[in-house]
Design a protein around this ligand. Structure first.
Ligand code: GRF
Length: 207
């Protein structure tokens, strides 16, 4: 399977995917392109260090969201991408991309959906809201992408504890290290081995 990864920032989730491919956790997939909406994303440096083609497609270079998404779509088609992975990608993907890649786009979100997700919940803001609410458990979710932000069928989730002295930064690191970097490669491996099916908008994992 050809994997296309969408990034915006540091790329630690991209790194987790690269490491999983290198150590055999992900067997039937390889990254053919990394696309960033931010030219300064360190994720592009990670791609370069691993000989993966990196491309910047910045929404500010397009007249509107639709044209930006058309550019993303044609790029993925050019690279014959089978699975699109949003790994810390902050731009909104639109209906033309979602329709063309129906149930072939997955996203990692740093909370246990349906908590702390949807419009405005991204990056540190998620963990800030978790600490403000005082929940004792949080975590990460990998889900298929549909038209509803963070609303697609859930593939995997993993919980981590919220500790008394957590800051939003400490909590983000724990969620990434103990949840995101584990379930994202696992979900990609399941997908590449054709072990995911969707029934009544729920994901079933075939043995
Ligand atoms: C982090 O907040 C992570 O929780 C979320 O996207 C942000 C950046 O991730 N998934 P990355 O280091 O760029 O993969």
């Amino acid at each position: 399977m050809n994997i296309g990864v969408l990034v915006s920032g540091n790329g630690t989730n991209l790194q987790a995917i690269i490491d999983a491919i290198n150590n055999g956790t992900i067997k039937n997939g390889h990254i053919v392109t990394v696309v960033s909406d931010n030219k300064d994303a360190y994720a592009l440096e990670r791609a370069k260090q691993n000989n993966i083609p990196g491309t910047v497609i910045n929404k500010n270079d397009y007249i509107d969201q639709k044209q930006f998404n058309i550019a993303l779509l044609s790029h993925m088609k050019d690279y014959e991408v089978d699975l699109i992975v949003m790994a810390g990608f902050l731009s909104i993907v639109g209906s033309n991309l979602i329709n063309e890649y129906q149930n072939k786009i997955i996203n990692i979100h740093p909370s246990l959906i349906p908590s702390f997700c949807g419009k405005g919940y991204y990056g540190l803001r998620v963990h800030e809201a978790v600490l403000k609410r005082g929940v004792k458990i949080t975590g990460a979710t990998v889900h298929f992408v549909n038209e509803i932000p963070d609303g697609g069928p859930i593939i995997l989730q993993k919980a981590v504890p919220v500790l008394d002295n957590d800051t939003k930064e400490i909590l983000q690191q724990r969620v990434m290290r103990e949840a995101e970097w584990i379930i994202l490669p696992e979900a990609i491996s399941l997908y590449c081995n054709n072990r995911l099916t969707i029934k009544n908008n729920k994901v079933l994992i075939k043995k």
